[in-house]
Design a protein around this ligand. Structure first.
Ligand code: BTN
Length: 253
């Protein structure tokens, strides 16, 4: 197995086959700070039960990037979700360093990365609070389609290879780990504002009509904003509606 060169703040755990890197990271995180210090990054070549957002499956054959980062930030539990936007910016920047200029890269609310308007990466954030309103740990799981993508995904998908963008999984991990660190430091020093502002500059469809599929209904509106809590703000004929969880589609999809 290759050994990616990561900045020294990371503690890399490399595995061949796992159910899910988020499962491995959870087990490690639960063993405490000594077993899994802040910056422990679990990386596997394949997953047999990869998990996506909202209980979905994440198809995980060899050739793509599957990684889960354990973080122990000293912030209130309600701020944990901000880290998924930090990770999304890290992924976006890493794609910028791996790619030729000219490729279109966008964020799609909440945490997807689109390449040429198709989903190339997703993020699954899980956290455990410490009981006093603080956080015990946060796991930032990232899946990046390097070599292949699912043909039957609900949202059209792609891979770096399919977009003629040859890279290897270890190069992708190195690039992501470096870019994540830059944004994580910024978040620690300056808070959510610069993250939110940059995310909004890079997202797809701001000011345009969107469809959001919720658990029990599908709603439409104009994509007005992402708020301080990371919620999607929709304008529905002059009435503002904030959405905490859902799947966004653009009218052409
Ligand atoms: C999504 O867009 O639905 C989120 C996908 C997250 C997939 C990654 S792959 C590494 C980590 N382990 C998992 O089981 N899921 C995340």
């Amino acid at each position: 197995m290759l050994t990616p060169r990561l900045p020294s703040v990371y503690n890399l755990v490399s595995l061949e086959t796992v159910t899910s890197t988020n499962d491995e990271a959870r087990k490690l995180a639960a063993q405490g700070e000594e077993a899994a210090p802040d910056g422990t990054i679990v990386w596997a070549l394949e997953q047999t039960a990869g998990r996506g957002r909202r209980g979905r499956q994440w198809t995980s054959p060899k050739g793509n990037l599957y990684t889960s980062l354990i973080l122990r930030p000293e912030v209130p539990a309600r701020e944990a979700a901000q880290l998924s936007f930090v990770a999304a910016l890290g992924l976006y920047d890493s794609l910028g360093t791996l790619s030729d200029p000219g490729h279109q890269i966008h964020m799609k609310w909440p945490n997807d990365i689109l390449l040429q308007e198709k989903k190339v990466a997703g993020i699954l954030l899980e956290s455990e609070s410490s009981g006093d309103g603080g956080l015990d740990w946060v796991i930032v799981g990232v899946g990046l389609n390097v070599a292949s993508y699912p043909e039957d995904a609900a949202y059209p998908a792609t891979s770096l290879r399919a977009e003629n963008w040859p890279t290897t999984v270890d190069q992708a991990l190195e690039a992501y780990a470096r870019s994540f660190l830059g944004w994580a430091n910024r978040w620690v020093e300056e808070g959510f504002q610069p993250v939110r502002k940059t995310w909004l500059q890079r997202c797809m469809g701001l000011g345009e009509p969107l469809e959001v599929r919720l658990e029990t209904e599908t709603i439409t509106g104009i994509f007005k904003d992402m708020d301080e809590d990371g919620a999607l703000v929709l304008d529905q004929d002059g009435t503002e509606r904030r959405i905490a969880a859902g799947d966004v589609y653009f009218p052409a999809n």
